[in-house]
Ligand binder design. Structure first.
Ligand code: PGA
Length: 258
């Protein structure tokens, strides 16, 4: 973890929590982290229904930011059931996750769609969290690097260097999500190193060096110490283990901060 890059701990709630549950979680998280004075960002990726009420509670300087989990690439129009980047900005979302493996698997989201969504978010001042990662079959066929190369090339098409620096990259091997099969340190180190190298080639070494690349997939309080020691890992994305606040706090507190 490079000192200039502020570490991120991201919590992906997926399709979980009611209004009351979310306010309770947030109040306790603010109490537990408020006085720490640490340099880190805690990003809560929550259902659309919770963004505004949570963002309204955070309207001062805070380690905590609220994020959407999906967005449409158009600003408005006849897209029933969708939400746009200006709407997310209006609700107070500072970030939005795109291309999560569950979106790719259940909603046929492609790298081209992720690219359009990312550009729409940047235009509205919402910072994209772009999820990439290989399937189990792709890893078994030793295609991981090829897949990452294609995802980076397509998802970041027409990006400027400053667009890249606004963006967080969440490397989540699809076989590690929700399975308890966390990637091992060598696999994580290799992927993160490759991603940074490729960003250096596609953009520039300084921009690549300023971009946060975080790991997700079965992160728990038991494996966080090992993961956070890996070079080029600037934080973690946590799903299942972040729904319970005491568990999530163990992960937050284990992240070394500069
Ligand atoms: P998991 O999910 O931590 O439950 O594996 C990670 C994610 O979906 O971002």
């Amino acid at each position: 973890m490079l000192a200039e890059r502020t570490p991120i701990v991201l919590s992906n709630w997926k399709m979980n929590k009611t209004v009351n549950q979310s306010l309770d979680y947030l109040a306790n998280l603010m109490r537990e982290t408020g006085s720490q004075g640490r340099r880190m960002e805690i990003i809560l990726c929550v259902p659309f229904s919770l963004i505004k009420i949570m963002a309204d509670k955070l309207d001062g300087p805070s380690l905590i930011a609220v994020s959407g989990q999906n967005v449409h690439w158009e600003d408005w129009g006849a897209y029933t059931g969708e939400i746009s980047a200006p709407m997310l900005a209006d609700l107070g979302a500072q970030f939005c996750m795109i291309g999560h493996s569950e979106r790719r698997k259940y909603f046929a989201e492609t790298d081209e769609m992720v690219n359009r969504k990312a550009l729409a978010l940047l235009k509205s001042g919402v910072r994209p969290i772009v999820c990439i990662g290989e399937t189990r079959e792709e890893r078994q066929l030793e295609l991981t690097i090829n897949i990452l190369e294609k995802q980076l090339r397509v998802c970041f098409n027409r990006f400027s260097a400053s667009d890249l620096e606004q963006t967080v990259i969440l490397y989540e091997p699809r076989w590690a999500i929700g399975t308890g099969n966390v990637a091992n340190s060598d696999q994580i180190a290799e992927a993160h190193h490759y991603i940074r190298q490729e960003l250096q080639r596609l953009f520039s070494p300084p921009s690549a060096d300023r971009t946060r690349i975080i790991y997700g997939g079965s992160v728990t309080p038991d494996n966080i110490a090992a993961i956070s020691k890996i070079e080029d890992v600037d934080g973690v994305g946590v799903g299942g283990a972040s729904l319970d606040l005491p568990n999530f706090l163990k992960i937050v507190n284990a992240i070394p901060t500069p």
